[in-house]
Design a protein. Sequence first.
Length: 248
Amino acid sequence: MRSYAIGDIHGHLDKLKAAHALIAADRAACGDTEAPIVHVGDLVDRGPNSAGVIDYLMTGQAQGENWVVLRGNHDRMFLGFLDHPYIEDPILSSHVTYLNPRVGGEATLQSYGIADAFSRPKAEITPLLGAVPQVHRSWLAGQPAYFLRGEALFVHAGVRPGVDLHDQVEDDLLWIREPFLSDTRDHGALIVHGHTNIEAATHYGNRLNLDSGAGYGHPISTAVIEGRDAWLLSAEGRVPLTPQRGSK
C-alpha cells in the first residue's frame, strides 16, 4: 500500500509545489495515480506565503485531489490567535506568544496583508483579523489530527507511547517530543511525522521524521511509503531511507 508524505511546510508555497512535482514524477514512474498525498501539518508561520499554502491545498482538495492535510501545532496556534488574540496556547511557555519571532506568526499575518502585527498594540490587531477569509479559517479548523493507512500512521508530532490511538489526545499528537522521540518500541504502525526539526528526513525503524527545516531555509522533505519501507524523493528519483537506531 503506497502513500506519499510531505513534511512541515511553514508558509513556503514554492517548496510545496516542488514537492508535488517530485510526487508527480514518481507517480509517472510507478504508474500510480491513486495513492494519497499526506501533508503532516505546520502549513503556516515563518515562511512568506502561508495564505497561499492554505489556498493551494484547499483548492486542490475541492478539485478532487487525493490530498490529506493534517493539523500541526502552528496551525492550531494560528486558529487560536484568530479566535482569541489575547489567549496563548496552553502548551506554549507563558512568555512565548503567537507573535513572538520564534513562532513566526507575524509572517503569516503579513501574507494576509496585516503588517507590523508584532509592534502594534493588541487592541489594534483584532479589527485587522477580518483580512483572513472565513473560508480559510473553516477549512483549516476542519483538518484531522492524524491519518491511518495500512502500516503507517501519519501525524504531526507523534504519539504518546503505550497509549491506544483512540485514546491519544490532541496536545500530544500536535506537540509531543519526549518521551516519543527516544522510545524505540514498535507503536503498532510506522509513525510518519514532522514537528521536530532535524537535518534530513530520517527513518528510525518505528517512526519516520520528515521535518527537515523548511521554516529555517531548508528544503521540504517528500517521501513515498510502501508498507514500512520509505524512500526520499529527489530530482534523481527515489533515495532509500534505511532504518537506523537513535533518537532525535
